[in-house]
Design a protein around this ligand. Structure first.
Ligand SMILES: *[C@@H]1O[C@H](CO)[C@@H](O)[C@H](O)[C@H]1NC(C)=O
Ligand SMILES: *[C@@H]1O[C@H](CO)[C@@H](O)[C@H](O)[C@H]1NC(C)=O
Ligand SMILES: *[C@@H]1O[C@H](CO)[C@@H](O)[C@H](O)[C@H]1NC(C)=O
Ligand SMILES: *[C@@H]1O[C@H](CO)[C@@H](O)[C@H](O)[C@H]1NC(C)=O
Length: 567
C-alpha cells in the first residue's frame, strides 16, 4: 500500500474502533440500568453510624461509642449546659462532642443527641409504641437501658432507664417478644452465657443460663459466638444461631426445643466472623407457618488469629437456607458471587434481599480486614438455584467494620459508618474513619417503572391513626396507571416491614410479612381499593409500626406506616 491508502486504512480503523467503543458504552449503560444508583447525602455526619435505626417519624437514630474520644461533631455546649470554649482541653474532651445524632430523612439534616452512657457495641429494638429501647454497651454503659421516643420537632432525646441489666452485656443481641406487655429478650454478650428479659416480670428475676453459648464459644478465635443471630419463629419460639450452630428456644419455659444441624462448610458466621442473616418474608398463603432462615457470608476458620498476625484470610462465599418450622431441617447451600463478611442483609419492599457493605478478607475488629466489598448483591429467593444473585452498582466508599444500613420509607437504603480504627482517624491508615452518608437507590425505583408503580397509598382502618388490631380488616387505597383487572390479584402484593435496629451486620427484629388481600377493585375514578387482613398474631408480627408497601409486578410504592396492635 502507498502512503495515501495506508492513511485512509488507518482512518477506517480508527472509525471502526470508535464505533466499537460506542457500542460498548451503550451496552454498559444498558447493563448499568437495573443495577441501581448511589447518592451522597452528607459529607459529614459527625458521628460514625456504628448503630442505626429508622423511627416511624422518618428519622434515623445513629450512634457510636462515647469512649472513642472526639468525634467530628463539636458541640458549643456540653449536654450538661457548660460551654465548650474551644480551648485545647475542650478540643480533647469527649464531652464536647456528640456521639449520637438524629438524621431527618425528609430534610436531610442532622442534629446532635445525648446518648448518656457508653453504647459501644450495644443492641436495640423498636417497642410497640415506636420507642427505641437500647441495651448494654461498654464500661459504665454495659448494664444500661436507654430509651428514645422519636419526635418531629427536634426536641426529643435519649433517656437513661433507672433499672439496670442483670449482667454487663457487650456484643449482645435483642429481640422483641410476641407479648402484649412489650418485653424484649437480650441474649449473650462478651463472656456472658445467658439471656435476660427487659423489663423483668418478677421483681427478683435474674438472667437464665444458656449452655448453647458455651458450646459455640471459641476462645482462641475471638469467641465467634458474639452478636448471636435471633429470629422470632411464627410458633412463638426463638431461633438462635451462633458460630455454626443453631437452636430453637422456648423462652417461656427456658427450654431448648430443637437443635438444628450444623451449617455445612468450614468457617464461622458470628462476631468476629460476622456474616449476616434474615428470615425470608412470611407469607399468608401458608398461614405464615413456614419460616425460612437465610445466612450469608462469614469468616474462614482461623481468620481471627491470622488477622492478628496481619494475614487476612478470604471470607466465606456461601449462604445457607433452612426452614426452621416443620419436622425436617436441612441447610441448602448456595454461592454468592464473591466472598463476603461484615455484610448487611436488608429485605427490600419487593421481598428481595439486598446484600450490602462488608469486606472480602479478614474478620471484624480494628484493622483486622482488607478488601472492601464495594458491589451490593440482589438476591431473589424464589428464582431457581443459580439464578438468584445479581451484582449491583459499585460504591466508591468502603463500608467495613462499624458500618450500617437501613431501609427508608421511600425505598432507598441508607448506608453509613465504617471505622476499623480505635479512634476517629483520617490519616496514615489503610481505611480511614468514614463519616459520609449515602443512599443506595434500587433499580426498581427508576422512573421507567413509574407507569406501573402504585402511588398515593393511604391506609384506612376502623381505629384511625393507621392502627389495626390483629386479624382485623383494613383498607388500602392507591393509584395506578394499570388497567388489566384480570391479572391484578396475582401481580399486586402488600408487604409489611418491621424496622430493625442495625449494628455489626445484624438487623435485629427485621422481618417482612406478605399480607392477605381479600379483595381488590378499581373504581371509576382510577383509584384502587384493596381490602387487607392484618397479621393474625404477634407471633407472626410483633406489635408496633410497620412500613406497608404496595408492590405491582415487582415495582413497589413508597411505604406508609401502619401499626399492628392487640385488640
Ligand atoms: C460533599 O463534598 C464535595 C466535595 O467538596 C462537594 O462537591 C459535594 O457537593 C458535597 N456534598 C454534600 C452532600 O454536601
Ligand atoms: C459538665 O461536664 C463537664 C465534663 O464532663 C464537667 O467537667 C463539669 O463539671 C460538668 N458541669 C456540671 C455543672 O455538671
Ligand atoms: C413507649 O413505651 C416506653 C416503654 O414502656 C416508655 O418508656 C415510653 O415513654 C413510651 N412512649 C410514649 C411516647 O408513650
Ligand atoms: C398523588 O401524590 C402526588 C405527590 O405526592 C400529588 O402531587 C398528587 O396530587 C396526588 N394525586 C392525587 C390524585 O391525589
Amino acid at each position: 500500500m502507498d502512503n495515501k491508502h495506508l492513511s485512509s486504512f488507518y482512518k477506517l480503523l480508527a472509525i471502526a474502533y470508535l464505533l466499537l467503543l460506542f457500542a460498548q458504552a451503550v451496552k454498559a449503560a444498558k447493563a448499568d440500568r437495573g443495577r441501581g444508583e448511589w447518592q451522597l447525602l452528607q459529607n459529614n455526619t459527625g458521628v460514625v453510624a456504628m448503630h442505626m435505626a429508622l423511627t416511624y417519624k422518618n428519622t434515623v437514630i445513629m450512634f457510636d461509642q462515647t469512649d472513642s474520644g472526639p468525634s467530628r461533631y463539636l458541640l458549643r455546649r456540653r449536654f450538661n449546659g457548660t460551654r465548650c470554649e474551644g480551648t485545647r482541653n475542650d478540643l480533647e474532651d469527649s464531652s464536647c462532642y456528640a456521639h449520637s445524632v438524629e438524621y431527618d430523612v425528609l430534610r436531610n439534616k442532622i442534629r446532635p443527641l445525648d446518648v448518656g452512657s457508653d453504647t459501644w457495641c450495644s443492641s436495640g429494638s423498636m417497642l410497640s409504641n415506636g420507642t427505641l429501647i437500647e441495651t448494654g454497651g461498654f464500661g459504665a454503659g454495659s448494664r444500661r437501658i436507654r430509651y428514645f421516643s422519636p419526635c418531629r420537632n427536634g426536641h426529643c432525646d435519649w433517656k437513661q432507664g433507672k433499672k439496670l441489666l442483670s449482667h454487663e452485656r457487650w456484643y449482645a443481641s435483642n429481640l422483641r417478644l410476641p407479648e402484649k406487655d412489650d418485653r424484649i429478650i437480650v441474649v449473650g454478650g462478651r463472656d456472658v452465657f445467658s439471656y435476660e428479659f427487659v423489663p423483668k416480670t418478677l421483681s427478683r428475676e435474674n438472667s437464665f443460663n444458656l449452655p448453647f453459648l458455651h458450646k459455640t464459644y471459641d476462645k482462641n478465635q475471638g469467641r465467634n459466638n458474639l452478636y448471636p443471630i435471633l429470629h422470632l419463629s411464627s410458633d412463638g419460639n426463638i431461633f438462635i444461631f451462633a458460630n455454626r450452630d443453631s437452636i430453637l428456644l422456648n423462652y417461656k419455659r427456658n427450654k431448648v426445643v430443637k437443635t438444628y444441624p450444623r451449617i455445612p462448610g468450614k468457617g464461622s458466621r458470628s462476631y468476629p466472623s460476622t456474616g449476616s442473616s434474615v428470615i425470608l418474608p412470611l407469607h399468608h398463603t401458608n398461614g405464615f407457618k413456614k419460616v425460612e432462615v437465610m445466612i450469608c457470608g462469614g469468616a474462614a476458620y482461623g481468620a481471627y488469629s491470622a488477622a492478628k498476625q496481619g494475614r487476612f484470610l478470604k471470607g466465606l462465599s456461601s449462604c445457607g437456607r433452612m426452614v426452621i418450622t416443620g419436622n425436617s431441617h436441612k441447610w441448602k447451600m448456595e454461592k454468592m458471587p464473591e466472598s463476603r463478611l461484615m455484610n448487611d442483609m436488608i429485605i427490600l419492599p419487593t421481598g428481595h434481599i439486598l446484600i450490602i457493605n462488608g469486606v472480602k478478607n479478614g474478620c471484624a475488629g480494628w484493622e483486622l480486614a482488607s478488601n472492601p466489598s464495594l458491589r451490593p448483591y440482589l438476591y431473589k429467593p424464589k428464582k431457581p438455584l443459580g439464578k438468584r444473585f445479581s451484582i449491583l452498582k459499585s460504591t466508591k466508599i468502603a463500608r467495613m467494620y462499624h458500618s450500617s444500613a437501613v431501609l427508608l420509607p421511600d425505598g432507598r437504603v441508607l448506608v453509613g459508618g465504617s471505622n476499623p480504627n480505635n479512634k476517629y482517624t483520617f490519616k496514615n491508615v489503610a481505611h480511614p474513619t468514614e463519616l459520609r452518608l449515602q443512599a443506595f437507590v434500587p433499580a426498581h425505583m427508576g422512573r421507567e417503572f413509574d407507569h406501573i408503580r402504585p402511588k398515593n397509598v393511604s391506609i384506612y382502618t376502623s381505629k384511625n391513626d393507621e392502627v389495626v388490631a390483629y386479624g382485623e380488616e383494613f383498607e388500602v387505597k392507591f393509584l395506578m396507571e394499570k388497567e388489566n383487572k384480570e391479572k391484578l390479584r396475582n401481580e399486586v402484593i402488600f408487604t409489611a416491614y418491621a424496622t430493625p435496629f442495625n449494628t455489626h451486620s445484624i438487623s435485629m427484629n427485621q422481618r417482612m410479612i406478605i399480607l392477605k388481600c381479600k379483595n381488590i377493585v378499581r373504581n371509576e375514578d382510577g383509584w384502587f381499593n384493596a381490602l387487607l387482613e392484618a397479621p393474625p398474631s404477634a407471633k407472626v408480627a410483633p406489635s408496633g409500626y410497620y412500613m406497608l408497601s404496595v408492590v405491582n409486578n415487582g415495582i413497589p410504592s413508597g411505604a406508609q406506616w401502619v401499626r399492628f396492635v392487640y385488640a
